[in-house]
Ligand binder design. Structure first.
Ligand code: GLP
Length: 259
């Protein structure tokens, strides 16, 4: 795992954004894994501002709420279009997400179909990730199997409180159920790129990067991936014991070695 510590959120967005731009330029049919939440917003702005083309790309969502009407402003498909893909030349039909709009009993089949779709696309080239205050990635809450596949999950109370800000602070409006790529599914991406900024992320980042590999901190599963990059600002790096080493390693990174 490579930990990149930068001064602030703007620098973090730049570093992570450039990774996406490089993938988009290097591949003929790149597959981007997109995350929602506030952490990736600067990354999306950076990619849009770069002017790089997504005309031959596909984009896949990590997760989706269950129970919101199609087109709801906080449905993750709507969010990602508004915040990112509508500002690019990505063909609309190549934005994929789990189909949560089927009848309840059909959800498990829709989850399996989403895993099959990811495989059919040839896998994800780079998966952007945020981290929840309880250490979740996508919507894999604490206790999620490290080998899990795309499936229905129930959100913790803490995550619903965190996400109520997107629903005008109305906790009752935050769905209880979601469909999320599993941790095993996420591990299949070629490159995992996690971005976290602000003091509120210091604890989960320390647990994910330097704590034990444990379902209790789902983001610790990044420790199993051969190509995982964690981009943090100083505030989010505050709990890292080896911060000086990470800084030194990044400062002396060989010029030929990409992130
Ligand atoms: C939600 C999303 C996650 C995201 C997390 C953190 O739970 N499902 O993918 O990482 O929020 O959000 P934020 O970046 O706003 O802190």
């Amino acid at each position: 795992m490579e930990v990149v510590i930068v001064p602030d959120a703007a620098a973090a967005a730049e570093v992570a954004g450039q990774v996406l731009v490089d993938v988009l330029r290097a591949h003929t049919a790149p597959v981007l894994g997109l995350a929602t939440g506030s952490s990736p917003l600067g990354v999306y702005r950076y990619v849009v501002a770069s002017g790089v083309s997504l005309a031959h790309a596909s984009a896949v969502l990590l997760d989706e709420y269950v129970g919101l009407p199609t087109g709801h402003p906080e449905a993750y498909r709507t969010f990602i279009r508004r915040e990112f893909t509508d500002h690019t030349d990505l063909p609309e039909e190549r934005l994929y997400g789990p189909d949560v709009w089927v009848a309840g009993p059909e959800l498990p089949a829709a989850c399996a179909a989403y895993d099959a779709l990811l495989a059919k696309l040839g896998g994800v080239d780079v998966q952007l990730l945020g981290i929840g205050s309880d250490g979740h990635i996508a919507f894999n809450e604490p206790g999620s199997s490290l080998a899990s596949r795309t499936r229905v999950k129930t959100l913790t109370g803490a995550t619903r409180v965190d996400n109520a800000r997107f629903f005008d602070g109305d906790l009752d409006a935050v769905p209880r159920h979601v469909v999320t790529q599993g941790l095993g599914t996420i591990l299949e991406a070629q490159h995992l790129l996690l971005i976290a900024t602000g003091a509120g992320k210091a604890e989960p980042i320390a647990a994910a990067v330097e704590g034990p590999l444990s379902a209790f901190c789902p983001a610790s599963v990044l420790q199993l991936h051969p190509h995982a990059t964690v981009v943090v600002d100083e505030a989010a790096a505050a709990g890292l014991q080896l911060a000086d080493y990470y800084r030194e390693a990044y400062q002396h990174k060989p010029a030929w070695q990409a992130l």
